[in-house]
Design a protein around this ligand. Structure first.
Ligand code: R5P
Length: 288
């Protein structure tokens, strides 16, 4: 067994390797003068079970590196190839919204299906019901929900969980159920052409409560910031943010989130300064 850390996930790959006591090697990645990627394995892969760990944010170079590495590992005669992709980019491009668009998720899935198995964490499945609609190989979908539940229950006695919208509410609801907390989703109701009220979809009160806003992906941060803006008016005791995948593309939005919230935490599927919830054990259990 050998764990290979690709450029975006060396730390996580090392944690997985020490958790399992399996050999570790970093993928050797360089750049030719014209910008093309050079990828080399520094260990012999022949007849080995090889695990490549690469999260797909930032996405594009990481994806190309993973495609080159996975096809090369197969060429070099590895026995079994597993891809651990903690954050699976491109999965939200799951239909042709406008004529002429690429359904990128399917193309990415095909290119990575050279592997014998793909393991990922909380992929944003919306129109796809299962990863088998994306990949042509075996897939394993892990969830960080139990880790997030642990994180919350160690810190908050009786929190209220808020999901920003219907698409991501599945995560908030499932975590709330596990810790027996109240959960609600924010809804906008149009009262007239000029009047819209924002309200919670249930009778839950957040006044004087620790509020946990949970989303699967924090990308620009606009969704979270909008929820903070509304929840603040409801006089909670504290506002806390939990994201599974922390991308944080917009620094100025992040500054506002920091200013108006009491804590921010994400998992370490993507390296970022709020990655307090470690998913390496979850991945180790799945690889075992
Ligand atoms: C959307 O369906 C997702 O669950 C997230 O709510 C969304 O990706 C967040 O994006 P942003 O941080 O850019 O508002």
């Amino acid at each position: 067994m050998i764990i290979i850390g690709c450029s975006n996930s060396k730390d996580l790959a090392k944690r997985i390797s020490s958790g399992l006591d399996w050999e570790y090697s970093s993928l050797n990645v360089k750049r030719f003068p014209d910008g093309e990627l050079y990828v080399k394995f520094d260990v012999n892969l022949k007849n080995k079970n090889v695990v490549l760990v690469q999260t797909l944010h930032p996405p594009n170079e990481a994806l190309l590196e993973l495609i080159l590495a996975s096809h090369t590992a197969k060429d070099l005669g590895c026995k079994k190839l597993t891809l651990v992709i903690p954050y699976l980019a491109y999965i939200r491009q799951d239909k042709r919204f406008n004529a002429g668009e690429s359904v990128s998720s399917k193309i990415v899935g095909r290119l990575l299906s050279v592997a014998d198995e793909v393991i990922t964490i909380d992929p944003h499945l919306h129109r796809f019901k299962s990863l088998s609609e994306v990949f042509k190989t075996k897939t394993i979908k892990l969830s960080a929900n139990d880790l997030i539940q642990d994180y919350i229950s160690k810190r908050f006695a009786s929190p209220v969980i808020i999901g920003p919208d219907a698409e991501s509410y599945q995560w908030a609801r499932s975590i709330a159920n596990k810790i027996n907390a109240s959960a609600a989703i924010l809804e906008k109701e149009r009262l007239s052409s000029s009047k819209v009220v924002e309200k919670l979809n249930s009778e839950v009160s957040v006044e004087d409560k620790d509020v946990l806003i949970i989303d699967d992906i924090i990308s620009t941060g606009h969704t979270i910031l909008e929820v903070i803006r509304i929840i603040r008016k409801m006089k909670p005791k504290s506002i806390n943010i939990v994201g599974i995948h922390g991308i944080f593309t917009d620094r100025s939005v992040l500054d506002f989130i920091k200013e108006y919230s009491d804590s921010i935490a994400t998992t370490n599927t993507i390296n970022n300064s709020f990655a307090k919830i470690d998913v390496s054990g979850l991945i180790c259990d799945s690889l075992k």
